[in-house]
Design a protein around this ligand. Structure first.
Ligand SMILES: *[C@@H]1O[C@H](CO)[C@@H](O)[C@H](O)[C@H]1NC(C)=O
Ligand SMILES: *[C@@H]1O[C@H](CO)[C@@H](O)[C@H](O)[C@H]1NC(C)=O
Ligand SMILES: *[C@@H]1O[C@H](CO)[C@@H](O)[C@H](O)[C@H]1NC(C)=O
Ligand SMILES: *[C@@H]1O[C@H](CO)[C@@H](O)[C@H](O)[C@H]1NC(C)=O
Ligand SMILES: *[C@@H]1O[C@H](CO)[C@@H](O)[C@H](O)[C@H]1NC(C)=O
Ligand SMILES: *[C@@H]1O[C@H](CO)[C@@H](O)[C@H](O)[C@H]1NC(C)=O
Ligand SMILES: *[C@@H]1O[C@H](CO)[C@@H](O)[C@H](O)[C@H]1NC(C)=O
Ligand SMILES: *[C@@H]1O[C@H](CO)[C@@H](O)[C@H](O)[C@H]1NC(C)=O
Ligand SMILES: *[C@@H]1O[C@H](CO)[C@@H](O)[C@H](O)[C@H]1NC(C)=O
Length: 842
């Protein structure tokens, strides 16, 4: 009896509690909230309550995600902590929400919403926590909002929140960082909308500009071309008489994504990954050296992709203000016009175009939205103090007019994205640039000097060559032979002991922290490049297994001779690649250079390459679905890092199963990622005469037109993902069909029978839903039209979250049969695993 009564009591109590909990998202006049109480939003997304950050014992009122207490998205009393658990949050007699500490001296106010509320509505006011993460003070049953927390952000911007000025209410919303992880107090880094000129977001450290988003160019922020509307979010910019504000909106409400800033001056977009139960960074700023404000000073252009390590160049017609600092690689003093330059006022002056740049700070420009680019040039030419102009809006070939008169600060060079900037130059510079393509870059006396220098150099070279020829002949006569390193595989056993390695090595060892390996060490480790140690052969060279004296296994990539790269170029390149570190990229351990020989030393991957696993009847079963899924995600992360997170922005160009290596725990590591850079051809043009890649993985626009972009890698990734799922090579010609794997999967997909393609060795060990999603993502990546394909960021996102996926359009698989280039025909495509080079007639 007692037991039943107890049970009944318990059930009643629990019912009451549940009711209480589910209804508690509101603070009413007669319902204050104390420390230990929580408000939970309707859908249980956000919680409001008292908390202590990090190791602090102070109490604060804040809002956080229910599933992730660690990310506090808003703090009320950030600069007035409560000492102890005496805090009470209530609606005051004037209708405002107040936070008080209940002390022995009575109630001490610490924080208040502090808005004026007409006494007529006082009695009915309540504060509610919404599923959008906003705490809203409003009259019950009325739409009138007196105050909302999203108008007073702390360090986090949630989806749909705004940064910027509301011209009606005068509220200016901006983010400020926390003082530290243990103190949410107002820090000295802030992210604000700069409304003057053409609006931009600016990250400040105290009052100094630290990073600039670039102006809103109609589509996106000019300084972060990688960040634009995608499947995850859209950016909405408004500039009218009511407000000037920007809003990030996450398109799918089941995705949680926030923008944060921290005390080091970093802006980060985080996204919640259900799978790993953690927040991961989607992108961040500043990203590279050129993102720090004013890195190259006035009239200086910062290029992060130089090989020399110094990033600054002067605008056309300008020279370094302080050549000494410039030599010391400090560009912050910027550039000036040379003393002896001509007047730029009605004296034959004109404009020189700088392509693909983040235009300089737009806060003190003159903006005219109604002018065309042609009218803009006239406008700038008319006013002698106008120094540069550019379109305000890049849509429709460029509209609107921005003109600069001073402060041309913070210009950055992109390889793709950015916009054109027109610099005013005097008649002489103009002529130089006009004649540049004709070869007559320099004029007058300077040109004469150059011709002289060139002729003298050529003559000297000729003389030297003749002398050398004579010397060589006489040596041959004496039986002496010039000593150079031969291919050991060709020359058989050969001792390297007597070769003059030492001097050359010391010369190139330089100031780097990446270990340099002596040729003798490498030769010993690989047993003189014995064929027994050969691991594989690719387009960029041969790979050997090696073992160092201390027992560490290494893989040595011996690069093909025809790289055409000089020693310094090679060294710079290696140093850049050494800086790329990601858990899904193979790690570079060191390098070796000797005469024509260039070698890279990598960590050794015991499980070799992915193709040896997924295409092999016996080894296939080593990889169950879970492992394969992890491999797909890992590859996606590695490629994303190359495209976006790394400092270099690398397009791999040869992503395929044999370039994905597996470590001891079958984690995927992409290899050959730096080769794309080392062997670059006209990189700036983003299109090439020399198509490097592997049939079956090449996107149609790349294979046929030589056009490559990050979307070509996305294509290869898609093929790879489909191969991993099906356990078959894309080149395989299936019986009775003229289709490759992608074509076959596309056909099965349209017929609704795509599950037939799943690798039978997976033995039903998979979730059908998950595999279907992966196939769909793979098909999205291999769509015919590059712009339809998702970015790598989208891919990582779609793999990590249960979002709605778009429907794939037709996959690109038919280009093989109808390509304009005969070498792309089906006959040639059976050459699969070898990287081929196609010389395109363009
Ligand atoms: C709350 O949940 C319901 C049902 O799950 C959903 O339809 C609604 O969109 C959600 N609202 C918000 C703001 O997330
Ligand atoms: C303040 O504390 C006293 C004693 O602990 C308590 O009686 C009183 O109700 C508290 N006031 C509020 C507003 O919570
Ligand atoms: C409330 O606002 C007024 C001005 O609107 C200001 O003078 C006062 O200091 C504010 N009070 C608090 C507690 O913030
Ligand atoms: C509260 O609101 C209700 C309906 O909105 C209204 O009838 C009532 O007069 C209000 N009470 C006070 C004290 O303002
Ligand atoms: C920011 O504030 C911290 C302490 O609050 C201080 O140590 C630091 O120097 C400040 N940063 C700048 C750039 O003034
Ligand atoms: C030039 O830019 C690169 C890439 O951001 C950076 O690693 C390097 O340190 C910069 N050089 C200087 C001198 O700042
Ligand atoms: C801009 O041009 C449009 C159409 O050409 C015109 O309607 C509008 O009045 C112009 N605005 C200004 C400020 O000149
Ligand atoms: C040139 O433009 C500047 C800045 O807008 C302005 O102050 C100045 O009056 C203009 N000069 C002429 C001659 O129009
Ligand atoms: C530029 O080239 C044109 C013809 O190609 C020539 O007439 C002119 O003198 C050149 N100007 C300079 C400054 O070299």
């Amino acid at each position: 009896m007692n037991f039943l009564k107890g049970l009944l009591n318990f059930l009643v109590l629990q019912h009451l509690l549940l009711q209480l909990c589910s209804s508690l998202d509101t603070i009413k006049f007669d319902q204050p909230v104390g420390d230990g109480d929580f408000l939970v939003s309707k859908n249980e997304t956000f919680v409001l309550g008292f908390f202590s950050p990090g190791t602090s014992t102070n109490r604060y009122v804040g809002i956080w995600y229910k599933f992730s207490e660690d990310l506090v998205v808003w703090v009320a009393n950030r600069d007035n902590p409560i000492n102890g658990r005496s805090g009470v949050l209530s609606i005051g007699s004037d209708g405002n929400l107040v936070l008080q500490a209940n002390t022995s001296q009575g109630l001490v106010p610490l924080w208040s919403t502090n808005v004026s509320i007409s006494s007529a509505s006082n009695g009915n006011i309540s504060a509610q926590i919404l599923d959008s993460g906003s705490l809203v003070l409003a009259q019950q049953g009325s739409q009138d909002v007196f105050w909302q927390s999203t108008d007073h952000p702390t360090n986090i911007l949630l989806s749909n929140m705004k940064i910027g000025l509301d011209r009606r209410s005068g509220i200016n919303r901006f983010l400020t960082c926390w003082n530290s992880d243990n103190d949410p107090g107002t820090g000295n880094v802030s992210l604000r909308m700069e409304p003057n000129g053409s609006p931009q977001l600016i990250l400040y450290k105290d009052d100094a500009k630290w990073w600039r988003s670039g102006q809103w160019n109609g589509i996106q922020w000019g300084g972060i071309p990688a960040v634009q509307r995608n499947v995850v979010f859209k950016i909405n910019f408004v500039n009218n008489q009511d407000e000037i504000a920007v809003q990030w909106t996450v398109l799918d409400p089941s995705i949680y994504s926030v923008i944060t800033i921290d005390g080091s001056g970093t802006l980060n977009q985080l996204s919640w990954q259900d799978q790993q139960h953690q927040w991961v960074s989607l992108w961040s700023a500043p990203l590279d050296a050129c993102d720090s404000y004013g890195k190259c000073g006035q009239f200086g252009n910062c290029n992060p992709y130089t090989n020399s390590g110094f990033n600054c160049t002067c605008y056309p017609g300008y020279e370094p203000t302080s050549p000494q600092d410039w030599d010391l690689r400090d560009g912050t003093d910027g550039c000036k016009r040379p003393q002896d330059s001509l007047s730029m006022c009605r004296n034959g002056e004109g404009f020189v175009k700088m392509k693909n740049v983040k235009v300089p700070d737009t806060s003190s420009i003159k903006l005219e939205n109604n002018l065309s680019i042609v009218a803009c040039e006239e406008e700038c030419l008319k006013n002698c103090s106008c120094l540069a102009y550019a379109s305000a809006d890049v849509r429709n070939g460029g509209t609107g007019c921005m003109t600069w008169y001073r402060d041309l600060m913070d210009t950055k060079q992109f390889t793709e994205g950015g916009q054109d900037l027109y610099i005013r130059v005097d008649a002489v510079v103009l002529a130089q640039y006009k004649n540049k393509s004709g070869g007559g870059y320099f004029s007058g006396r300077r040109r004469l000097a150059i011709i002289l220098v060139v002729s003298i150099s050529v003559a000297s070279l000729l003389i030297l060559a003749v002398l050398y020829w004579f010397r060589k002949r006489s040596r041959k006569g004496r039986g002496g032979e010039p000593r150079f390193l031969k291919d050991p595989a060709a020359s058989g056993v050969r001792s390297y002991e007597d070769l003059p390695i030492k001097n050359e090595v010391d010369e190139h060892r330089g100031d780097t922290d990446l270990p340099f390996f002596d040729l003798t060490t490498v030769v010993a480790a690989t047993e003189n490049f014995s064929s027994a140690n050969k691991l594989g052969h690719g387009g960029f060279g041969t790979v050997y297994k090696g073992c160092l004296a201390d027992g560490q296994d290494i893989a040595v990539k011996r690069l093909s001779r025809n790289s055409g790269q000089g020693v310094d170029e090679f060294k710079n390149e290696v140093m850049l690649i050494a800086k790329l570190q990601h858990r899904n990229l193979v790690r570079l351990l060191g390098w070796c250079i000797h005469k024509e020989e260039r070698m890279l030393i990598y960590e050794y991957m015991p499980n070799r390459s992915l193709d040896l696993c997924i295409f092999d009847k016996n080894r296939k079963s080593l990889l169950d679905w879970r492992k394969r899924f992890q491999i797909i995600i890992g590859i996606a992360r590695g490629v994303l890092y190359l495209h976006q997170d790394s400092r270099l922005k690398i397009i791999h160009r040869d992503l395929k199963a044999s370039n994905v290596l597996l470590d001891g725990s079958m984690n995927p590591k992409i290899s050959d990622f730096g080769m794309a850079r080392m062997f670059r051809d006209d990189q700036i043009e983003a299109n090439t005469n020399r198509v490097v890649g592997t049939y079956g993985y090449m996107s149609p626009e790349y294979a046929m037109d030589g056009l490559y972009s990050t979307k070509s890698d996305v294509f290869s990734f898609g093929v790879l993902a489909l191969e991993i799922i099906s356990g078959r090579k894309n080149s395989f010609q299936f019986e009775n069909t003229s289709l490759n794997l992608v074509g076959l999967i596309w056909d099965l997909w349209t017929e609704g029978k795509v599950l037939d393609i799943i690798d039978s060795s997976l033995n039903q060990s998979y979730s059908t839903h998950e595999v279907m999603r992966c196939i769909q993502i793979g098909l999205l990546c291999v769509q015919e039209n590059a712009t339809d394909r998702p970015t790598m960021l989208d891919v990582v996102f779609m793999l990590g979250n249960e979002t709605n996926l778009p429907h794939p359009k037709k996959a690109a698989f038919s280009f093989k049969t109808g390509g304009p280039d005969s070498s792309m025909s089906r006959g040639a495509s059976s050459v699969n695993d070898i990287t081929v080079t196609v010389i395109e007639a363009r």
